[in-house]
Design a protein around this ligand. Structure first.
Ligand code: CA
Length: 228
């Protein structure tokens, strides 16, 4: 699992330590030492997750969390709040910040990684390394391998990401815009019909194993992966 993680922490030593641990775990950290800088970074590109210190100079971490939750573009970014003491955490739990989880400092790299993994698994399952399988169609993110009833299926990188997203979010209809956001990434200016092109390629690759029937077109709305 490799995620882009925004670390919002004003204490340089802690920021550095967290960034080091994230890199060790295979993530790409982005660092900010204030709310303003954090919001600026988020406006450039959406991170996969935000580690947010509560006590920041100027606007607090709570303020940042509220801003992110209040904006349609950033609403779905998973947030883990960092607090200095457990009393702070108790107070935080009583506040409606919209955070997905809370960690009390000091924390071990192992705890941090476990929390990150749990939040991503819940909020962004396509970010994790878990093997996913539906109706005989199996995708292994670590081995970068797709099989249909045990037979190898070769996919291009975009089709692989597209299938990974669909397999981790089955039974739901995704609009072309949602697929662009989740598979191609935020701020990528690609026309919506590009999605149709890659869906067509994906279906073609799945056809020999008759797995293409799992991907359904929902007229006027988008696409859905459904168990057969
Ligand atoms: Ca702080």
């Amino acid at each position: 699992m490799s995620a882009t993680i925004l670390v919002v922490e004003d204490e340089p030593a802690i920021q550095e330590l967290i960034a080091y641990n994230l890199r060790q775990a295979g993530h790409q950290p982005l660092c900010a030492d204030s709310a303003e800088q954090a919001l600026r970074l988020v406006s450039n590109a959406l991170p996969d997750l935000v580690l947010l210190d509560w006590m920041l100079p100027g606007a607090s971490g709570i303020e940042v969390a509220r801003r992110l939750r209040g904006d349609k573009r950033t609403r779905a970014i998973p947030i883990i709040m960092l607090t200095a003491r457990s009393e702070e955490q108790d107070k935080l739990l009583g506040l409606d910040t919209g955070a997905d989880d809370y960690i009390t400092k000091p924390f071990s790299p192992r705890e941090l990684n476990a929390r990150i993994k749990a939040v991503l698994r819940r909020r962004a399952p396509q970010m994790t390394d878990d093997v996913v399988e539906i109706s005989g169609l199996r995708l292994d993110p670590v081995g970068h391998r797709v099989t249909g009833n045990g037979e190898n299926i070769n996919l291009g990188p975009t089709e692989f990401r597209l299938l990974h997203f669909l397999l981790t979010h089955p039974q739901r209809v995704h609009s072309r815009a949602q697929l662009l956001d989740n598979v191609w990434g935020d701020h990528v200016f690609v026309e919506e019909r590009t999605v149709d092109v890659h869906i067509r390629r994906l279906r073609k690759a799945l056809e020999p194993e008759r797995m293409d029937r799992l991907i359904q077109t929902v007229r006027g709305t988008g696409y859905r992966l459904s168990a057969s």
